[in-house]
Design a protein. Structure first.
Length: 228
């Protein structure tokens, strides 16, 4: 079945460009021109991916994202935010709200399509990779094993989920709040400081045989796994 992508965008020049490119890659595509319409269409049929403009009439993109993540029927729906804002603080805010990725306008169509493919590859089970490697770290999600430089790393369940999430997005910075939402689940009340504790444990485990610290702390922003 073709993946279904919903575009929520009020600028018709942008939505037409996206529509054209997505259809060319054989996706099924629908367009909503404002936030209210987007929410209604999502209620009718949940898309495999939502391309969501930040500034939408009636209900803003941020609010649409928030409603999907908090109490929507499909809270885990992949969302890529489209926005004219490129400030780092806005980026973090967008990711905090629960977007999976973030593209700043004007964007390159090639880059956006690559992100779309990457997000869909992650969520489509047939295409889901069982093993991911980043640098010298390999995670086997079926066998639930982690290797670094051919030595096995033993992790607790939370550290395993954290690493799994980092490895799906190498190089990307995640705020503590976002890690809490995706790794712990938004319905669980955990303090942001807990993230620091688990990241600390993960670091220690990954460095059991020495070697470089693969996790980068980004001051006042969060954590990232170093890319390749
Ligand atoms: Ca707009």
């Amino acid at each position: 079945m073709k993946p279904f992508v919903l575009i929520a965008e009020d600028e018709s020049a942008v939505s037409e460009l996206l529509l054209y490119n997505l259809q060319k890659e054989d996706y099924e595509v629908a367009v909503a021109a404002d936030g209210e319409e987007a929410l209604m269409m999502i209620d009718e049929r949940a898309p495999d991916l939502l391309l969501l403009d930040w500034m939408l009439p009636k209900v803003s993109g941020i609010e649409v994202c928030r409603r999907i993540r908090n109490g929507g029927a499909n809270p885990n729906m992949p969302i890529i935010m489209l926005t004219a804002r490129g400030e780092e603080s806005d980026r973090i805010r967008g990711l905090d709200t629960g977007a999976d990725d973030y593209v700043t306008k004007p964007f390159s169509t090639t880059e956006l399509m690559a992100r779309v493919r990457a997000v869909l590859r992650r969520i489509r089970p047939g295409l889901k990779e069982d093993k991911i490697s980043v640098g010298d770290i390999v995670i086997d999600r079926v066998a639930h094993r982690v290797m670094r430089n051919d030595g096995e790393i033993h992790l607790g369940p939370t550290e395993f989920r954290l690493l799994d999430y980092f490895m799906q997005h190498p190089g990307r910075v995640f705020s503590r709040e976002q890690l809490l939402d995706t790794v712990w689940g938004s319905d669980v009340y955990v303090e942001a400081r807990t993230v620091d504790v688990h990241v600390g444990r993960l670091r220690k485990a990954l460095r059991q045989d020495g070697g470089e610290d693969p996790i980068r702390t980004v001051r006042s922003a969060g954590y990232a796994l170093r890319g390749n």
